[in-house]
Design a protein around this ligand. Structure first.
Ligand code: TPP
Ligand code: MG
Length: 390
């Protein structure tokens, strides 16, 4: 076992990594990249045409969205640290994968997210503070999914991939035009639900895009443990296209997503996109990544920061100047202050609500338990009064 990996790890990561690199290089997917790390644009015959519509204003918009969701995420972490949220899954590092893909969607497309798709939520026009209701424990959802075609956050790994395919099959049967999009992680790719989803989607040639954010970690388990081959290669086993895209390149993600949506929308069936990115922060605020990964790895990915990369391009091409970046920072602080005020004003549901939600109709057992609970709570009222009189 490599010394750089935890002795508690059950896996020989070095051996796994070697077995991946020693497989036939012809099988290694090319990674689509349109904006190189140094901030220069690249030609791409297949996907380049899907990005030509991105003029200066659109590129500045992509940067603004990435900046705003990063600022929102930072505020959510602070709120959790101050005891205002129970926990929070940060998206730091995945802004390009989410903003690039979300901005390629049409209003009638339908998104089935995991619990980390804060950037996609922003592109759908959700009030970002609504995302925090679940994590403050005041709601089991937080928004009406039908308003923006953005389903509730799903914490049961990969369950939403089945929902997405079911929805896509419904679209086919209703002759509707939208595309269903299933977001999921590299870890979730090991779930049986993903396999079943892909089989059904392929068999039905359903209009669904599987968008896998390979952020390299499933809590403390590295991607090498989930798959011996690049994840995007799995698509060919199901019989549909799989594309690996540089997930920290917002332009490439946007272009590849547009291509995939067009493919699905035109009746040619599903597509798998693997957005190759990195979770720069902890899995959630309850996690400590220093226990299972090296800071050298984190530092290497910091160099590939999606915001810095686009900033380099915007500056070197004179598409944006200091005043633009200053303005975006002010907007970020305004958003953070708004979200903070909204969260602090959120109050929890009455306890009776939990009992009312058990069955559609009244039930004697629930009524009995509610009566017990009321009596139990009333016991504290006596204690409070006694406390006050002392
Ligand atoms: C069915 C199921 N098994 C286990 C878990 C516990 N769990 C929550 S997140 C997570 C890791 C998921 O990793 P990945 O799919 O890569 O997504 P990421 O968190 O990296 O975005 C696990 C194992 C769960 N929520 N659901
Ligand atoms: Mg992951």
């Amino acid at each position: 076992m490599g010394a750089e990996h935890l002795p508690t790890s059950e896996f020989d990561i070095e051996e796994l990594e070697q077995s991946m690199t020693s497989s036939d290089p012809a099988d290694a997917p090319e990674m689509v990249q349109l904006l190189a790390s140094d901030g220069t644009l690249r030609e791409d015959v297949q996907y380049g045409p899907y990005a030509v519509h991105l003029d200066g204003e659109a590129l500045r918009g992509l940067y603004r969205d990435m900046f705003l969701v990063r600022r929102f995420d930072q505020e959510a972490v602070a709120l959790q640290r101050q005891g205002q949220l129970v926990m929070w899954p940060p998206l730091l590092g995945q802004e390009a994968a989410q903003i690039g893909s979300g901005t390629a969607l049409q209003a009638n497309d339908y998104v089935f997210p995991t619990y980390r798709e804060h950037g996609v939520a922003l592109t759908r026009g959700l009030e970002l503070s609504a995302l925090l209701k679940l994590f403050r424990g005041v709601s089991s959802g937080g928004w009406d999914p039908r308003e923006k075609n953005f389903h509730l956050y799903t914490l049961v790994l990969a369950a939403q991939t089945l929902h997405a395919v079911g929805y896509a099959m419904g679209l086919q049967r209703d002759s509707e035009d939208g595309v269903s999009v299933a977001y999921f992680g590299d870890g979730a790719s090991s779930e049986g639900d993903v396999h079943e989803s892909m089989v059904f989607a392929a068999s039905n040639q359903s209009p669904v895009v599987f968008f896998c954010q390979n952020n390299h970690w499933a809590i403390s388990v590295p991607t090498e443990v989930q798959s011996r081959i690049p994840l995007s290669n799995r698509a060919s086993g199901y019989g549909f296209p799989g594309i690996r895209v540089d997930g920290n390149d917002v332009v490439a993600v946007h272009a590849v997503m547009r291509w995939a949506l067009e493919h699905a929308r035109s009746g040619r069936g599903p597509v798998l996109i693997e957005a190759f990115t990195y979770r720069m922060s902890a899995h959630t605020t309850a996690d400590d990544p220093t226990k299972y990964r090296l800071s050298a790895e984190e530092d290497a990915w910091k160099e590939k920061d999606p915001l810095k990369r686009l900033e380099r391009y915007l500056r070197s091409s004179n598409t944006a100047d200091d005043s633009f970046f200053e303005q975006v920072e002010v907007q970020g602080d305004e958003l953070a202050a708004k979200v903070r005020a909204e969260v602090l004003a959120m109050t929890g549901p009455e306890m009776v609500q939990s009992f009312n939600n058990v069955y559609a109709d009244p039930h004697p057992l629930v009524a009995e338990e509610l009566a017990w609970h009321r009596e139990y709570e009333a016991g504290f009222a006596d204690a409070d009064e006694a406390g006050e009189s002392n």
